[in-house]
Ligand binder design. Structure first.
Ligand SMILES: Cc1cc2nc3c(=O)[nH]c(=O)nc-3n(C[C@H](O)[C@H](O)[C@H](O)COP(=O)(O)OP(=O)(O)OC[C@H]3O[C@@H](n4cnc5c(N)ncnc54)[C@H](O)[C@@H]3O)c2cc1C
Length: 204
């Protein structure tokens, strides 16, 4: 069960949001979509186009730790670009094996933008509070975060949409659900194939 799922155990937050009947949930063991695993070492390796991190001592190089941030974060901020105008939008997500799934209404600004330019950037974090200091300039934030880049694809295949929705559901509830084709039609599922990502932390 993911950290988010474990933290939210007993809180029917997602059931209220999705309006799903409890008896169609199935408890599952492991988060992640049923796709071929991406090579995480490669995503985090030296071939990244954005390999340089200024504060090297803060970089997380352990892929398991990066994946634990991804499985523990509540919100993903997706950055999109369309011409000269950037757009950052917070969304729920599911992650597994180098792939991220998001869900959305079929219409709206983010869907319009990613149809025009599927290249995206994302950020997730587990912000753990401030580290106070007597001097204002010395205050720090205790955090662990991941920034990644990838290509977003609107998933059309019904079976993959169900997998994507269950990837998100597992992230928050540790369960899967037997989505009907009708339910799946009403939602837009976006797959982000991650091409590279970095982890960074301070104070934790
Ligand atoms: C914690 C969290 C989790 C969320 N999870 C999801 C999710 O899983 N799927 C999903 O589709 N949406 C989710 N939302 C809502 C999401 O942030 C967007 O509001 C929504 O997806 C509509 O985006 P859009 O680009 O279609 O906006 P549109 O309806 O097309 O509106 C575009 C304009 O509305 C404004 N706007 C849009 N969203 C926001 C916002 N969140 N806050 C302030 N102004 C905004 C912007 O100025 C933007 O230019 C979540 C929001 C939060 C805060």
């Amino acid at each position: 069960m993911s950290q988010v799922a474990s933290r939210n155990r007993g809180r029917p937050v997602r059931q209220v949001r999705l309006g799903l009947p409890r008896d169609r949930y199935v408890q599952v063991r492991r988060p992640g979509p049923d796709r071929a695993p991406a090579d995480i070492d490669k995503l985090m390796g030296p071939d990244r186009t954005r390999a340089f991190m200024r504060r090297k001592e803060r970089e997380i190089t352990d892929k398991a730790e990066v994946e634990s941030i991804l499985s523990g974060a509540l919100v993903c901020r997706i950055g999109l670009a369309d011409g000269g105008e950037p757009y950052v939008v917070p969304v729920c997500f599911g992650y597994g094996d180098g792939t991220m799934y998001l869900h959305s209404a079929h219409e709206g600004k983010k869907i319009d933008m990613l149809k025009k330019n599927p290249r995206c950037c994302f950020e997730v974090d587990t912000c753990e509070g401030t580290i106070p200091s007597k001097r204002p300039c010395n205050w720090e934030m205790r955090y662990r975060s991941v920034i990644g880049f990838g290509n977003a694809t609107i998933v059309e295949d019904v079976e993959e949409k169900k997998k994507g929705m269950n990837c998100i559901l597992r992230h928050y509830s540790g369960t899967t659900y037997d989505f009907s084709d009708e339910e799946i039609k009403s939602v837009c599922v976006v797959r982000v194939d991650i091409s590279e990502m970095t982890g960074k932390k301070f104070g934790s």
